[in-house]
Design a protein around this ligand. Structure first.
Ligand code: C5P
Length: 301
């Protein structure tokens, strides 16, 4: 039986601006997603009996029907009536609950790969609809590279990509629940008197001025830093190491530094690595992203 190996990259959010709460309870966002070279490996094998079997090597992740990979396979089967099944093995490198989108990336890779292995022939419209049902940032992982995210984060616009950046990633030993972070944000936001809703991300896209990235914010930081003051400390340390930008990714807990120069990034990673679990990675372009997903998954759109 055919076997396909995919590499499923993580993301960071180069900025995350919350514009308000929507009627459905979700938050209206302006965010910049960027793929990074920290990947899970996923092995897919087709099964003719129609069963979906999922296993993974991270004991902190639930490898059952609640897992986004399983749900992605099942939703694809339900919607299309596909008769084939799959055996899916996930080797995790992207830690869960750190705002790096590992589960969402795995889910998008599953949609793309099974779409091909099961010979379904879905195009972008159908796959984006399924991705949005699975989670707010699954859609981004159908595309990868650098993208603007709007709406809940599921409306994706691929952007022209600057040169490769270096990313120093600090991985705290605790995870943050995204749902809880947004709930806490609502409570905190109510107590704030002034809000500045002018989007730095939109300004950056309009002016095409790369220096504006230094002003990017993650509106979920205030909440996370209140609960975990050590995150603010990490951000400060990264800031003083020559990073262009230092920010928490998504709802945390990972905090990253973005560097234009490799040597600065290496120095910072070595220094921070003495205190924290630290990884040095590069950004991944859309083209590289497709290559990592592999010929079995890469969309031709
Ligand atoms: O869409 P996803 O399942 O990834 O979102 C997890 C939780 O994060 C949601 O249940 C919701 O509470 C919150 N969320 C939000 N606004 C967004 C994205 C997520 O309130 N734009």
């Amino acid at each position: 039986m055919e076997e396909v190996i995919c590499f499923s990259p993580a993301k960071i959010n180069l900025g995350l601006e919350i514009l308000g709460v929507r009627e459905d309870g979700y938050h209206e966002l302006v965010t910049l997603y960027q793929s990074i070279d920290l990947c899970d490996k996923i092995i897919f094998k087709v099964r003719t009996d129609g069963h979906i079997l999922l296993t993974g090597n991270d004991p902190l992740v639930a490898w059952n029907k609640t897992n986004l990979v399983f749900r992605a396979a099942e939703i694809l089967k339900q919607k299309t009536g596909a008769r084939l099944g799959a055996e899916i093995l996930v080797e995790k490198n992207i830690p869960a609950g750190r705002g790096l989108g590992g589960g969402s990336s795995n889910a998008a890779a599953t949609l793309l790969t099974l779409n091909r292995l099961w010979d379904i022939g879905y195009g972008p419209e159908e796959l984006f609809a399924l991705a949005a049902e699975l989670g707010s940032d699954v859609s981004f992982f159908l595309i990868g590279g650098l993208c603007l995210g709007l709406g809940r984060g599921e409306r994706i616009l691929p952007l022209e990509e600057p040169t490769r950046w270096w990313v120093v990633l600090i991985l705290p030993d605790f995870s943050v629940s995204t749902a809880l972070a947004y709930q806490e944000y609502d409570l905190l936001e109510r107590s704030l008197t002034s809000t500045n809703k002018e989007s730095k991300i939109i300004q950056f896209l309009e002016a095409k001025d790369i220096s504006l990235i230094r002003q990017f914010k993650n509106d979920l930081e205030a909440v996370a830093f209140k609960i975990y003051p050590q995150l603010a400390e990490i951000k400060q340390e990264i800031n003083s190491s020559g990073a262009e930008l230092s920010l928490m990714s998504g709802s945390g807990s990972a905090v990253f530094g973005l560097y234009m120069q490799e040597d600065l990034a290496r120095e910072a990673a070595a220094r921070l690595g003495e205190k924290y679990r630290t990884i040095l990675v590069a950004t991944v372009s859309r083209e590289e992203y497709r290559r990592k997903l592999g010929t079995g998954a890469s969309p031709n759109w």
